[in-house]
Design a protein around this ligand. Structure first.
Ligand SMILES: NC(=O)c1ccc[n+]([C@@H]2O[C@H](COP(=O)([O-])OP(=O)(O)OC[C@H]3O[C@@H](n4cnc5c(N)ncnc54)[C@H](O)[C@@H]3O)[C@@H](O)[C@H]2O)c1
Length: 417
C-alpha cells in the first residue's frame, strides 16, 4: 500500500516535471531546442542534459583523496581552505591522506568567507606562482568557488579577470583552455558547489555578487563525506542549508546530516543544470550592500549576510509573485514543505506557499526580513539597481519582472512575520 502510494507520488512529480519542461521559456544555459524549429519557439524543450562532476559519497571518503590524486598523476597540489577550517578535522584528514600517499602540496588558507573579486585574485596569484598540477578545495561554497577561479585563471594566465565573469558585469567569454583536476570536499550542506560549474563572488566595485559560469570549472570529483557536517555550528548549518531549503536541528544526528549533505549535492545537480531565478538574483545585492550585519556563528572579521540567508529572505514574496504562472506546482511545493493543501483553492497557491515558507523560516529562527539585517525602504532603489544586471538568473524566472515589481518584492520582504 505504502509502495503504491510512493509510486503514485513519483509518477505525479514526473508528470509535473514533464509539464514544466515544455512551459519554461528560457530554461537554462543548457536549453535544448528541437532541430529545425525557430529559435524563438517557446514550446519545445525536447531534451534535457545533466552536466555534473563525478561524486563519491560516504562516511570517510575524504581519506581517499591522496589515492585519487595519485591516480591522476598529481605531483604538486594546491590545498585550499579558509582560516577557520584549517584548524578543523576536515583539513587534517585531507593532509594526512596526502602525506600518506606521498603527494607534495602547499596550503592556501586565506579564502575569504563570501569571497570578493579581491580575495579571488589573491588566490589566483598564489595558484599562478605555485604552478600546481591539481587542486583540492576543502570547505564550503566560499572555498570551492575560490578554488575554481584560481584553477581557471592560473590555467589562462593572460586573461583579464573580467574576461570570464558573467555579462553584463564581465565579458562572459567561453573558457577554451584546459584546466587542472580539482577535487572538492564540501564541509557545508547547501551550496552543491562540488557539482556545479559556477563560482560566485562579491564584485566590490559595484557592491553586488556575480560569478563565473562555465562547465569547464566544474570540479573533477566531489568527495561528499557526511562526517564533516558534524563540525558545523548551528547557524552555518541553517544558512548554508537555506540555499536548498533544508535544515536540521540536532547536531549529533549523523543520519539527518548525512541525508542533508547528499541532498545538497543533488540540489547542486538540479540548479547547476536548470538554473536558479529571482531569489538568487535579488540575493546578490542583499549580500553585496551589507552594512554592519554580522551573522552569528560565523568566525570572520567582516560584516556578512551569508548566501543562504540572503536567498531565503525574499522567498515568500517571490513565490507569491510567481505563483500565477504555475499555481499547481506552487501548491505542490507547499505540500512537500508540510502544508495541508487538500482544500486549497488554486488561486490561493501563492499565499499558501508564502505562509508555509514563513512558518518554516520562523521555526528555524531566521531573522525577521531585510529590516532585521539592516535594510530600510531607503535602500530599495539600490537593491533594485543591483538586481537588474543579474539577468543570467532573473531571466529564468517563470514570470518576467519590471523595476516596479522588484521594488515591491524587496518592500514585501522587509518584514516576514
Ligand atoms: N558555486 C555554486 O554553485 C554556489 C552555490 C550556492 C552558493 N555559493 C556560494 O557559496 C558561498 C557560501 O558558502 P557556504 O554557505 O557553504 O559557507 P562558507 O564556505 O561561506 O563557510 C561559512 C562558514 O562556515 C565555516 N565552516 C564551513 N564548514 C564547516 C564545518 N564543517 N565545520 C565548522 N565550520 C565550518 C567556514 O569556516 C565559514 O566560517 C557564497 O559565496 C555563495 O555565493 C556557490
Amino acid at each position: 500500500m505504502a509502495a503504491a502510494a510512493a509510486r503514485a507520488r513519483v509518477a505525479h512529480l514526473l508528470r509535473q516535471l514533464q509539464r514544466a519542461a515544455c512551459q519554461c521559456p528560457t530554461h537554462s544555459h543548457t536549453y535544448s531546442q528541437a532541430p529545425g524549429l525557430p529559435a524563438s519557439g517557446k514550446t519545445t524543450d525536447y531534451a534535457f542534459e545533466m552536466a555534473v562532476s563525478n561524486i563519491r559519497y560516504g562516511a570517510g571518503v575524504t581519506k581517499e583523496v591522496g589515492m585519487d590524486l595519485q591516480n591522476m598523476g598529481a605531483k604538486n597540489v594546491c590545498l585550499m581552505t579558509d582560516k577557520n577550517l584549517s584548524q578543523l578535522p576536515p583539513v587534517q584528514v585531507v593532509m594526512d591522506s596526502l602525506v600518506k600517499n606521498g603527494i607534495n602540496f602547499k596550503v592556501y588558507d586565506n579564502v575569504r568567507v563570501e569571497p570578493t573579486d579581491r580575495s579571488f585574485m589573491e588566490a589566483i596569484e598564489f595558484a599562478k606562482k605555485g604552478a600546481f598540477d591539481a587542486y583540492v578545495a576543502v570547505g564550503g561554497g566560499s572555498t570551492m568557488d575560490t578554488c575554481k577561479a584560481a584553477n581557471l585563471y592560473a590555467s589562462s594566465p593572460h586573461s583579464d579577470f573580467l574576461d570570464y565573469v558573467n555579462a553584463p558585469i564581465g565579458k562572459g567569454k567561453p573558457v577554451s583552455v584546459p584546466l587542472k583536476p580539482l577535487i572538492a570536499v564540501p564541509t557545508t550542506s547547501g551550496t552543491g558547489s562540488e557539482t556545479t560549474g559556477v563560482a560566485i563572488f562579491d564584485y566590490e566595485h559595484l557592491k553586488v555578487k556575480t560569478g563565473i559560469a562555465s562547465r569547464a570549472i566544474k570540479p573533477t570529483l566531489g568527495l561528499i563525506d557526511p562526517l564533516h557536517t558534524l563540525h558545523m555550528p548551528d547557524r552555518v548549518v541553517a544558512n548554508s542549508g537555506f540555499d536548498v531549503l533544508w535544515a536540521v536541528r540536532n547536531p549529533d544526528d549523523l543520519e539527518a546530516r548525512s541525508n542533508m549533505h547528499l541532498a545538497s549535492a543533488f540540489a547542486g545537480i538540479g540548479f547547476g543544470n536548470a538554473g536558479v531565478h529571482l531569489c538568487h538574483g535579488m540575493s546578490y545585492p542583499i549580500s553585496g550592500l551589507v552594512k554592519t550585519y554580522k551573522a552569528k556563528d560565523y568566525n570572520v572579521d567582516h560584516p556578512l549576510v551569508p548566501h543562504g540567508l540572503s536567498v531565503v529572505l525574499t522567498s515568500p514574496a517571490v513565490f507569491s509573485f510567481t505563483a500565477q504562472m504555475s499555481p499547481e506546482r506552487h501548491l505542490e511545493t507547499a505540500e512537500i514543505l508540510g502544508a495541508d493543501t487538500h482544500t486549497a483553492r488554486i488561486p490561493d497557491a501563492g499565499p499558501i506557499l508564502a505562509d508555509t515558507l514563513r512558518k518554516f523560516l520562523f521555526d528555524l529562527d531566521v531573522d525577521d526580513g531585510l529590516a532585521s539585517i539592516g535594510y530600510s525602504k531607503a535602500d530599495i532603489p539600490a537593491l533594485v539597481k543591483g538586481t537588474l544586471p543579474q539577468e543570467r538568473v532573473t531571466k529564468l524566472a517563470p514570470r518576467p519582472q519590471s523595476e516596479e515589481d522588484l521594488s515591491a518584492l524587496f518592500e514585501a520582504s522587509m518584514k516576514l512575520y
